[in-house]
Design a protein around this ligand. Structure first.
Ligand SMILES: [Zn+2]
Length: 474
């Protein structure tokens, strides 16, 4: 029997505003526990929340980028439940009138675009962080009141791979907007997954389970794969899937039951009496729309068209906005955007990785990198030398031209000089020559290697090969 999985994702994104959502405490990751707190976010009796307008702007930004309808009138609600990380015993969230609804995001599935519906995006406050030790638990209230957006997809995803694609695209969009760093390790992006299976062709949904505790995109994919197998096995054995919340154990690579799924009425939602409803003007929405940056998908397409680079290169370059900005600055002034792309996603990325920095911390300007690209493009240096020059540029801050000149790294392309090296290699290696002449054409690569060595890597390997083959055929 053939089965189909139905997946919806709930993603929580922490917004990187300077202060919390309802008080003026700093919103900062990694501070000493319980130092960024005040009576408001600690839930003292009688205190009143004051809404941080920046949160509304960020929510609208995300909503517009996800093609949502932005509410002209929205409000906060209380979601009541008790937990040690929630000192007020309620969370201020949005229930029936979220700020954004009915949007979509496009992902690529087998080379075609697929629209994944966004049901809603709402604003809420984060709870504190519990740290469980062996026989006691600690709580850090620095996180209470950190602004969150909950982004809920429609159950439009049909496979763990699609879920992975969706998360990747969503993260990229939110990062492009600059409203969150979406770092799952720091908890600034968190994801819960709803999943059910049904027979292919059925229109009714099966009973779903919710998976929590997913702490990486790969974890999401593995957990979904596991849960699909588990549900299918149950159904094929004639048993039923129980609607419940399950935890993903990354250690054991299985999901385990956590609790029966709570319903909305368990939370006794009611309108937050301490906050006024919010009217969102068209002006505000239009102003935010004007500020939206180009989204990653459009940018990828534009880079392919404008600079003639490959889809693959454009994908890699557009992963981060800073990186794409840098590429464009460099590509505009250099002689070969293609070579620039190539250099940036291989040698430069490797170097950034080694140094543990990102492109914004690189001390080389796009103009300076363009000079290096041009030297390469014009054949003045070969690819072996490019890396060396780039390293020198990073270490010394000198220009590519100066380094090439000072260190004598110019490619040896003087035919006479190269021929001398080639002849020498042939004379010194009669056995290899014999191999070549008896049909082992690959033997020429050994001789190319000898010439490269003799020129200290400065010859053009392609040229050397042609030259050697010419001499050997004589
Ligand atoms: Zn506070």
């Amino acid at each position: 029997m053939s089965w189909e999985s139905v997946i919806g994702l709930e993603v929580h994104v922490q917004l990187n505003t300077d202060t919390k959502i309802f008080c003026s405490c700093k919103n900062e990751f990694g501070a000493e526990p319980n130092t960024n707190v005040c009576p408001v976010c600690l839930g003292f009796p009688g205190v009143l929340p004051v809404f941080n307008k920046r949160v509304l702007e960020y929510a609208i930004k995300v909503g517009l980028a996800l093609n949502c309808k932005i509410a002209s009138y929205t409000k906060f609600d209380r979601k009541n439940y008790f937990y040690p990380d929630l000192p007020k015993a309620y969370q201020i969230s949005q229930y029936d009138m979220p700020i954004c609804e009915s949007g979509y995001l496009e992902i690529e599935v087998n080379g075609a675009l697929k629209r994944i519906g966004i049901k809603r995006v709402h604003m809420e406050e984060d709870a504190g962080k519990l740290i469980h030790e062996k026989d006691y638990s600690l709580v850090d209230y620095n996180r209470t009141g950190v602004p969150l957006l909950e982004i809920v997809s429609e159950p439009d995803l049909r496979s763990p791979d699609e879920a992975y694609e969706y998360l990747t695209e969503l993260k990229q969009i939110v990062r492009y907007l600059g409203v969150s760093d979406c770092d799952m390790e720091k908890g600034s992006l968190r994801c819960d997954a709803n999943i059910s299976v049904r027979k292919k062709g059925d229109t009714q949904f099966g009973t779903k389970t919710e998976i929590k505790n997913l702490n990486s995109f790969k974890g999401v994919r593995s957990a979904l794969e596991y849960e699909i197998r588990r549900q299918i096995k149950l159904l094929e054995a004639g048993e039923t899937v129980i609607q419940e919340t399950r935890l993903w154990s990354a250690e054991r690579q299985i999901t385990i039951p956590m609790r029966s799924k709570e319903e909305a009425h368990d939370y006794r939602y009611f309108p937050e009496p301490d906050l006024l409803p919010i009217e969102v003007s068209l002006d505000m929405i239009n102003n935010i729309r004007k500020e939206l940056p180009e989204m990653p998908r459009e940018r990828r397409h534009r880079l392919v068209k404008e600079y003639g680079i490959t889809d693959y290169d454009a994908n890699v370059i557009c992963l981060e906005r800073d990186f794409a900005d840098y590429f464009e600055s460099c590509a505009k002034v250099c002689k070969s955007p293609k070579r620039c792309a190539n250099l940036m996603i291989t040698i430069l990325s490797e170097k950034l990785n080694d140094l543990g920095i990102d492109i914004s911390q690189l001390k080389i300007s796009p103009n300076a990198l363009a000079e290096l690209v041009d030297l390469w493009e014009e054949g003045k240096i070969n690819n072996l030398v490019v890396k060396q020059v780039l390293e020198e540029m990073i270490n010394t801050g000198k220009s590519a031209k100066d380094i090439v000149e000072e260190k004598g790294l110019s490619q040896v392309s003087d035919e006479g000089e190269l021929e001398r090296f080639a002849k020498e290699a042939i004379e010194k290696n009669p056995k290899v020559v014999q191999d070549y002449r008896s049909g082992k054409k690959n033997a020429v690569m050994f001789l190319v290697g000898q010439v490269m060595k003799a020129t200290r890597g400065k010859a053009n390997p392609q040229k050397v090969r042609e030259l050697l083959e010419g001499l050997l055929e004589d």
